[in-house]
Design a protein around this ligand. Structure first.
Ligand code: FAD
Length: 314
């Protein structure tokens, strides 16, 4: 990346690291570095940074909690933005006006979201208990599971588009489906969630139940990115990809430091010695064998960042 760094960042309220080890910041804990990791301190700094990157033709990506992300071993050229300054990790509860409308910043950790809303006696995000990551990442792919998803409680979303323009999207402009949202490319700044006032003790107990369900069925302590593949639709019904992978005899299948989990076949667990290419090769083998065994083409759920045009997802 050939840019004048002081023109790009000079007067902005940002923290910056060059040649930043972003792969190590993901839940896989593996993969390469990025030319620049920038953490804005204010919304204005974020907007100006996006405008300048757009004007200089630089690739911008946003890193949330890194819980659904694989970074290629050779790293990536461009700017990675992370919203972990407190400006971007807050929940704003209404003291006056509708108490059930909460503005949540895009970098807010989902664990914090679930716990803080329960503490305030607001119900509606318990379905996200045990899902790692940030609100921005959860909205991007409508994270969820057996108990519901992120999109079901969203009233509106504020974003910064890739050209630095601010966008406010109301409920009727938003579409959410299974691991899908129609959010345009850009950065989720915040969302207003519509929650239900309730009894904090009952809400907490529901959260605990959902968490227990999840930890009983998934290898939560492993290094992974959760489900590697989307559940495909077969004859009009969603079929668990994990079951298809299991039936193809792949539990325990290993390449280098990447292994198909024995507990949940749609999780690929990594050792610290694993490479991103080990994970990609395991995924390719899963796709080939599930295709052979079931005649079904699995689609990745994990986002891959790579400069190799044959590999990456945006
Ligand atoms: C142990 C484990 C269990 C999991 N269980 C589940 C589960 O039950 N259900 C489920 O749906 N997922 C699950 N996942 C996957 C993951 O938790 C979710 O996909 C989560 O939403 C990822 O959020 P993140 O902030 O970590 O996003 P990242 O992994 O950092 O990024 C993922 C994508 O979101 C984009 N993104 C991140 N932040 C923003 C933002 N502010 N604005 C716009 N785009 C953004 C990134 O650019 C990237 O394209 C699991 C993962 C793990 C490791």
């Amino acid at each position: 990346m050939d840019v004048n760094r002081s023109n790009l960042l000079g007067d902005l309220a940002v923290d910056v690291a060059f040649d930043a080890p972003i792969g190590a910041m993901t839940w896989f804990g593996i993969g390469g570095r990025a030319t620049m990791l920038v953490k804005p301190q204010t919304e204005d700094a974020l907007v100006t940074l996006m405008q300048r990157c757009h004007q200089s033709g630089m690739t911008v990506r946003v890193l949330g909690g890194g819980a659904n992300l694989l970074v290629d071993d050779s790293g990536i050229d461009g700017v990675v933005i992370r919203l972990d300054h407190e400006t971007f990790t807050r929940l704003r509860f209404n003291r006056q006006g509708p108490v059930d409308r909460v503005r949540v910043m895009g970098g807010t950790d989902l664990f914090k979201l679930v716990n803080e809303t329960a503490r305030h006696g607001l119900d509606g995000v318990g379905q996200l208990a045990g899902i790692p990551g940030t609100l921005g990442g959860a909205l991007r792919m409508n994270a969820g599971g057996a108990y519901g998803d992120t999109g079901q409680v969203v009233d509106s979303v504020s974003m910064v588009a890739l050209n630095g323009e601010r966008l406010d999207l109301s409920r009727d402009q938003l579409q959410f489906d299974y691991r899908y949202s129609n959010l345009p490319n850009g950065i989720v700044l915040s969302a207003v969630l519509g929650l239900e006032p309730g009894d904090p003790v009952a809400i907490r107990s529901k959260v605990r139940e959902i968490f227990a369900y999840k930890s009983a069925s998934q290898p939560m302590a492993d290094n992974s990115a959760g489900c590697a593949f989307r559940n495909p639709t077969v004859n009009g019904e969603r079929v668990p990809a994990g079951r298809l992978i299991d039936e193809a005899g792949l539990k325990g299948f290993t390449i280098g430091g990447a292994t198909v989990s024995d507990r949940h076949a749609n999780f690929i667990s990594t050792t610290p010695q694993a490479t991103a290419r080990d994970v990609m090769n395991v995924m390719a083998e899963i796709q080939a064998r599930v295709q052979d065994h079931h005649g079904i083409a699995l689609q990745p759920e994990v986002v891959t960042w790579s400069d190799d045009p044959g590999v990456g997802t945006p």
